[in-house]
Design a protein around this ligand. Structure first.
Ligand SMILES: NC(=O)c1ccc[n+]([C@@H]2O[C@H](COP(=O)([O-])OP(=O)(O)OC[C@H]3O[C@@H](n4cnc5c(N)ncnc54)[C@H](O)[C@@H]3O)[C@@H](O)[C@H]2O)c1
Length: 324
């Protein structure tokens, strides 16, 4: 992965802080930056949901640096931002269901931790901060496909925390002149996504269960839809957001997805076929907090960031299974 660059300038003169870099998406950003000759890549992570295995492969790289710390401390955020040109902020508790069970920790990490990072990035004078928002901010808005300016009421503490991120980002851009771009990820999947535990995302959970010979659980009747997005597309969006020189593109939020809709039942069938499994899913009642339908209009990111998702769902699952 990442043989073809998404940027045109040299990365050798620049330093990058990736918060949550020991997690799924963060570790892909680190991989990309190191592969393309970044001057320095510093990871800030506390391994709450990330893992040492995700970053082990970088440990001998001369441009790589690991900072063990927690974004709940503004001092830690300041130390991590010191000397950095760019920040890619991924650290968060990333699960809707986890936020339903533990709203306080979700808020303190996702909202307070985000504010700490903004303050630290502003004071350190970083050139630009790109952060992970989420499709969950669309909440109960009924329109499909989702367009950036039409959001509804959040349906989970996680969605509230991401909405708060967007509000603070707007205020910091306006009030302090810091360059910030938010990316509303839609169900990102790919290698290194944690398949274990009660909060595992649906694609790694299906693969884990089918490979173990168990019937995967589908919550609800499986007709709910998602816009599953291979992680390479999310990396492309981050890199393009970091380096866009288009003034109109800065201080905005963008949908980052494939722009295609797939039901959970269709997803199950695709994965089961690719794994040559005859198993059927087991259905349990739907869960509070989950959105029913989700599909993105990615035209804003396409026109302003030149974002062009190149790996579709099926191809992404094939790459993922080949990496297993
Ligand atoms: N994966 C998706 O489908 C998806 C969708 C929408 C948004 N997002 C957002 O993208 C970002 C990355 O998600 P991911 O799927 O890679 O999740 P992940 O859990 O794999 O990565 C999150 C990382 O943040 C670290 N972290 C958590 N709390 C921390 C703290 N207090 N201090 C320092 N580090 C901390 C974790 O240890 C982990 O390495 C998150 O902000 C998430 O909300 C993800």
């Amino acid at each position: 992965m990442y043989e073809t660059p998404f940027h045109s300038q040299s990365l050798g003169q620049h330093s990058f802080l990736v918060t949550g870099g020991a997690g799924f998406i963060g570790s892909h950003l680190v991989e990309y930056l190191l592969k393309h000759g970044a001057g320095k890549v510093r990871v800030l992570d506390n391994f709450l949901t990330g893992s040492k295995t995700n970053v082990e492969l970088f440990s001998s790289h001369p441009a790589y640096e690991f900072f063990h710390g927690d974004i709940r401390s503004v001092d830690v955020c300041r130390q991590a931002c010191s000397g950095m040109d760019f920040v890619l902020h991924q650290a968060a508790l990333a699960s809707v269901q986890r936020s339903m069970n533990d709203p306080v920790t979700t808020h303190v990490i996702n909202a307070d931790g985000f504010l700490n990072m903004l303050v630290a990035a502003k004071d350190a004078g970083v050139k630009r901060l790109v952060y992970a928002s989420s499709s969950s901010v669309y909440g109960d808005h009924p329109d499909l496909p989702k367009q950036e300016h039409k959001t509804g009421n959040p349906l989970s503490p996680y969605a509230v925390s991401k909405k708060v991120n967007e509000l603070y980002a707007h205020v910091f851009a306006l009030g302090y002149g810091i360059q910030i771009i938010g990316l509303r990820y839609f169900n990102i999947f790919g290698p290194r996504q944690d398949p274990n535990g009660p909060y595992a995302a649906v694609i790694p959970a299906f693969i884990r269960e089918l490979k173990a010979g168990h019937s995967p659980v589908i919550y609800g009747d499986g007709s709910q839809t998602r816009d599953f997005t291979f992680v390479e597309n999310a990396v492309q969006a981050n890199i393009k957001a970091l380096f866009t020189e288009h003034a109109e593109a800065i201080n905005r939020v963008y949908n980052i997805a494939c722009g295609e809709s797939c039901s959970i039942n269709q997803l199950f069938t695709t994965i089961a076929q690719l794994l040559h499994s005859e198993l059927k899913p087991q259905y349990l009642p739907s869960r509070n907090g989950d959105i029913l339908h989700s599909m993105a209009d990615v035209s804003l990111a396409s026109s302003l960031l030149k974002y062009n998702p190149t790996v579709n769902l099926r191809k992404g699952i094939e790459i993922l299974l080949a990496n297993h």
